[in-house]
Write a protein that binds this ligand. Sequence first.
Ligand SMILES: [Zn+2]
Length: 651
Amino acid sequence: MRIQAPRPVSRGLSLALLVVVSATVQLAVTRASSEVTSPEAAAVQSASGSLGTITIAVDATEAPRKILHARLSIPASPGPLTLMYPKWIPGEHGPTGPITDLAGLKFSAAGKPIAWRRDDVEMYAFHIDVPAGASAIDVSLDFLLPASVSGFSSAASTTARLAVLSWNQVLLYPRGWGSDQLTYAASLRLPDGWKYGTALPVTEERGGAIKFKAVSLTTLIDSPVIAGSRFRSIKLTEGEGPSFEIDLVSDSAEALMMSADDIAHYKRLVKETDALFGARHYQHYHFLYTLSDYTAHFGLEHHESSDDRVHERTLLDPSLRKYHAGLLPHEFVHSWNGKYRRPAGLATPDYEQPMKGELLWVYEGLTEYLGDILTPRSGLWSPEEYRDNLARIAAYLDRYPGRTWRPLQDTTVAAQLLYSASSAGASSRRGVDFYDEGELIWLEADVIIRQKTNGARSLDDFCRRFHGGQSTPPMVKPYTFDDVVNTLNDVAPYDWRGFLTTRLNSTEPHAPMGGINGAGWKLVYTDVQGDYLSAYEQVKKTADFSFSLGVLVVEDGTIVDVVPGTTAAQAGLGPGMKITAVNSRRYSLTILREAVRAAKTSKAPIELQAENAEVSSSYKLDYHDGERFPHLERDSSKPDLLGKIIEELIH
Ligand SMILES: [Zn+2]
């Protein structure tokens, strides 16, 4: 999963929340039972034999008016039966199944209604009694599609012209069965004239309905469908071998016009991942690319596809293009790191067992590192754009004091809380820092391997050992902390256990800079914002004064967060306040920027007028260091390993 905006805007602000999650969605896993080693897996796979095929027919013809209808037939025997609505959604790392939007739920057998009762404790469980003589239960339900763009797959997924279908939102499954043990035969009806893309194999299209091959519940939930009246499919490979394509839907035809250069970059991405991992664990791959300003913005990974949602004009607007460039590489990497190799605590056998996030610094952190280096390796970012993004994340991790009380390890354990945490107070609380700080740690590991082996080996060798091997269809190979340490030691002997344990448990005030510094670069601050940071702020509609005054501000003057210990905090400013005037002039972002620059050559404080709900007060900021934007600067006393790391593997 990928949250494209690591520090979303405070809830309650009238601002579109841009959440691009490098989401991890668990896909169709044909999981060999011998490979499931977690205790939860062993406990749940108690049901034996075969239940018979469950059928599900989804009617999405009313998706534009925000409702889906589904009918299921579930083989059953007389007696008590508990049916579950999926709760823990793979890749979202939390209990995010949208249970409150499940409506119209009715059960029957042979046409006769059956009463149901929700479990008193487990809100996702429904208890019924299957009547004597019945061999199946019929279920009908509706899903109320949300309009809010805040959140992940359970947030806005449809417009008048497109829809993203996540199967977990429209089905139930019998409790006690592992998701690999259940077989679902699905069909789907779309609005007239809509086309679609999905990794799920299709058996036939007839009478306006698409029929899919019967697959395990794991595979079904791992195989979303995008559909729309504006649809395009771009093939990234030809001839023999696995096929790769980008399926695009948007609210306008113009938004689907991917440039020839970008098509070439994505073709290169496929080749670069091949060179990096040396094997594939899928049979084909579909990037399901939704371009709309009216859906949530994030990415959610699957084994054979990814659900990637960005702004409508991402392919046309240079700022949006830069901002979202790393999304598809991140989600693609997840097919190896997250879907195939998965932390034991996240390799759960169904959607009811809680997930344990302690290894998310590998699942998401390594994916963030690899996705971000594949972006320049594929040509989707220039080396400078890559470095400016790295500088941005290093700078905020280094600046925010939340790290002095909450070790990185706790951000992984508490991931299910932090994904939805407000960005007000984020500098004190920390967020899902295992993405960005994980990236710094894996960069450092890469640099250490390169140094210890005089450049003969790198983290690429770790990836080939850990994620490569023989190519396979989708499957899950769980791992533990020890497996990570042992593979690193195979690549280059070192105290990896000590290195990782120290990084994960640190409450030092500064971010780990060993990777950047060891790679021949330094984090510096200048008064030049640069194209990348400028694009980043334009897309987020915020201005980041975190490294100068100590505030993150929405364009309209609303303060998202104030960094403790900075001039802004000392002056009494806090999250949620709204700046209305700067040095007696009505506030605008331009005027605030000019005031910060002018204060550099003045002794007078910057005077802000700000509203705290209904009370307006004056705040004096005695700040004279000008604007400060993070960048990386070359340290010529060391070799440029960073340049080497982002070089393409295939020349
Ligand atoms: Zn991710």
